[in-house]
Write a protein that binds this ligand. Structure first.
Ligand SMILES: [Cu+2]
Length: 386
């Protein structure tokens, strides 16, 4: 092979590398599939994307230069062509050059990276603050200063399909394991600050389209922020690995234009005020049982099972349980305070007085537990105030 052929081959390899890179960038337009990192929908994810592209381009240029030089010397200066290796062992000017150039490259990468980091951490000047608390296995969202708070748990469809031998094909469930009963609703174009913590074990709040993920750690409050630029529904998951149901506590964010968001918020406030009033009123047994069945399905059935039969050995049956059929005060205490050191959490922090009263009334009368006890929401409200 003559020299001209070798040069042509080397150039062809370099051209192929460069073409592959541009194809990577053009892929979404050509195939509809994203190979590159997605851009996301927030001010912050745009910062990440720009930084990623700057660094990627620098890396590609370095890669082409280094591999180009390597392949050229391997091919053109190989032994079979009669080349002999040089025998010097030090070259001060070469050493200075190959130290200074990488240092300059690293500095030129550190500047945009640090700028991006500083912007990512700056949660000041937020229009709205949301406190996010991770529980086993659901999220609680509190709109601070707005007196709006709710629990967001896996949607009933997904929950039914995921049960062992449910007989339901997950492929038939819309957004299987990525749907919740009450999504977090946020305004578009507003800076939203998050205070993220957990009540029991470590969780992690992650919506990929937002471009960040934060650990939710008991006893710590982590800060984060977002500014969503496009209305839409964004889905994420608890990204914690260690624990049986982190994969079943998804996150759904509905981003609404400001006026629609305000309307939603007003409706929520009216609802929670109405709820506060009904706590004081006398509830009929049927109403409590009906509500209790729903609360039980969402908040208790994962462990104690739909039929109250429990899941031996870890989760006791409530059907015939000495607590669910024994003295009422003890049952109230177990549900409000939980059982320290077990998966039985303190529901007093998690559910409203009405929900707890309904769940107690239901579990003391369902599954053959015919105690006939009716627990009024006001009884629970009085207990928790002390
Ligand atoms: Cu989790």
């Amino acid at each position: 092979m003559n020299r001209a052929n070798t040069v042509i081959i080397t150039l062809a390899v370099l051209a192929a590398v460069a073409a592959a890179f541009w194809l990577l960038l053009a892929a979404p337009a050509l195939t509809g599939n994203e190979i590159n990192m997605p851009v996301g929908v927030t001010a912050q994810s745009a910062i990440h994307y720009e930084l990623h592209m700057v660094i990627l381009k620098i890396c590609v240029v370095i890669g082409v230069l280094v591999f180009g030089a390597m392949f050229t010397s391997i091919v053109l200066h190989r032994k079979s062509r009669g080349h002999r290796p040089a025998e010097f062992s030090h070259n001060t000017s070469a050493e200075i050059v190959w130290t200074i150039i990488p240092v300059l490259i690293l500095i030129s990468m550190a500047i945009p990276a640090t700028t991006a980091l500083v912007k990512m951490e700056d949660a000041s000047g937020a229009d709205l603050t949301i406190k996010v608390t991770g529980f086993q296995w659901k999220w609680k969202y509190e709109y601070l200063d707005e007196e709006v708070a709710f629990i967001s748990a896996l949607s009933a469809d997904s929950n039914a399909a995921r049960q062992l031998r449910s007989g339901i094909d997950p492929a038939t469930v819309d957004n299987y394991l990525l749907d919740v009963d009450h999504p977090l609703v946020l305004p578009v174009g507003k800076k939203v600050r998050f205070l993220i913590t957990a009540d029991d074990v470590i969780h992690a709040w992650w919506v990929p389209d937002f471009g960040w993920k934060r650990d939710a750690i008991p006893g710590f409050v982590n800060e984060a922020w977002t500014l969503i630029e496009q209305p839409g529904t964004y889905r994420g998951q608890c990204a914690e690995l260690c624990g049986k149901d982190h994969g079943f506590m998804p996150i759904v964010v509905e981003a609404l234009p400001e006026p629609e968001f305000q309307a939603w918020l007003a409706a929520q406030k009216t609802r929670s005020q109405a709820e506060a009033q009904t706590v004081a009123s006398e509830w009929t047994t049927d109403r409590l049982l009906e509500r209790g069945r729903a609360v039980y399905a969402t908040h208790c059935a994962t462990c104690h099972q739909e039929d109250g039969g429990g899941l031996a050995p870890a989760f006791p049956a409530l059907a015939g349980s000495p607590v669910s059929t024994g003295p009422l005060q003890e049952n109230i205490r177990v549900v409000l305070e939980g059982r320290e050191g077990t998966a039985m959490q303190a529901f007093g922090d998690l559910l409203s007085a009405t929900d707890i009263a309904a769940a107690l009334t239901y579990t003391r009368n369902a599954f053959g537990n015919d105690t006939g006890d009716v627990v009024q929401p006001r009884t629970i409200a009085e207990t928790t105030q002390h």
